[in-house]
Design a protein around this ligand. Structure first.
Ligand code: AMP
Ligand code: MG
Length: 281
């Protein structure tokens, strides 16, 4: 653990008992360094992540059945896209299965809410990354009563059972809930309106949703209270500081991959013999 970390990210950010409404979104749990150090460390740790990811990929290529699934949840502007670009972007793209989940399409609506999620689960040896997820079905759906309460109430248990199943099948699940303050969100939305390179990210409904902030906090709290399990733990990530959020998710992924204790696959050929053949060729 680098000295700027006073506590490992996967311990400092564990959701156990977390209160969403009390979260200091500008805090940097477990990390005592500043932005400059954070960025320096990110570059260094990205290389560690990249090696671990390659081991996972090699494991998958040689018949291994393990995978990692990173679930990113957060309100608009929380920085989910930045995690994908800056954290996931540092590893080999052929080892990444990325999926984002928006308003369900007509085809998706013909199925159970977990259907589209199941379809995007990472293959063996892959790091799956979900930008939004099954949790939208107990977040936006709950806040706007898109289905009856009797239906969304059941989904917490359904999600737990689903995650247990994929965890038992060999997937390490890492769930990250990203939070920015209402002020920080305003600043980021303003930027989307002031910079032509950011217009494409803006959606007028993002402003409408700000009025539902307390309802979203309540819905996020219910998610943390009811779906934070041993096999699929939640991490609560204060995300006002993008450099911290990116560094912390890098550490969470390193910890998840390290738990697999993967080594390079051994040669399934006689090395001496192949060297001899090569020399003679
Ligand atoms: P974005 O991630 O900015 O592209 O926005 C995707 C939008 O899709 C967000 O407003 C989500 O709340 C919405 N969304 C995602 N999943 C669902 C769902 N299951 N039901 C309704 N809206 C959803
Ligand atoms: Mg958006």
């Amino acid at each position: 653990m680098a000295k700027q970390w006073t506590e490992q990210a996967d311990i400092a950010l564990r959701a156990d008992g977390a209160r969403v409404a009390d979260l200091d979104t500008a805090s940097t749990p477990g990390f005592s360094g500043d932005k400059r150090l954070g960025k320096e460390l990110l570059a260094e740790r990205a290389r560690v992540l990249s090696v671990l990811q390659e081991k996972l990929f090699a494991h998958g290529r040689t018949g291994g059945k393990r995978s990692v699934l990173l679930i990113l949840q957060g309100m608009d502007t929380a920085g989910k896209g930045g995690i994908v670009r800056h954290v996931i972007g540092s590893v080999d793209p052929q080892g990444v299965d990325h999926a984002s989940f928006g308003v369900p399409t007509e085809a998706e609506k013909q199925h159970d809410f977990l259907w589209r999620i199941r379809n995007k689960l990472p293959a063996h040896g892959q790091i799956g990354v979900f930008d939004r997820s099954q949790y939208e079905d107990v977040l936006v759906v709950r806040v706007h009563e898109l289905v009856a309460q009797a239906e969304w109430e059941q989904r917490y248990d359904q999600i737990n059972a689903f995650e247990k199943e994929i965890s038992d099948a060999g997937t390490i699940i890492v769930k990250v809930a990203m939070f920015v303050s209402l002020d920080e969100q305003k600043r980021r939305l303003r930027e989307r309106l002031e910079r032509p390179d950011k217009y494409w990210k803006f959606n007028p409904s993002d402003i409408t949703e700000r009025a539902y902030w307390p309802e979203y906090q309540k819905a996020y709290q219910a998610v943390l209270d009811r779906t934070n399990t041993e096999y699929a733990p939640w991490y609560v990530l204060p995300a006002d500081h993008k450099w911290y959020a990116r560094l912390a998710v890098t550490e969470l992924l390193i910890a998840a991959l390290a738990r697999l204790e993967l080594d390079w696959p051994p040669a399934d050929f006689d090395i001496a013999e192949q060297l001899r053949r090569l020399d003679e060729s």
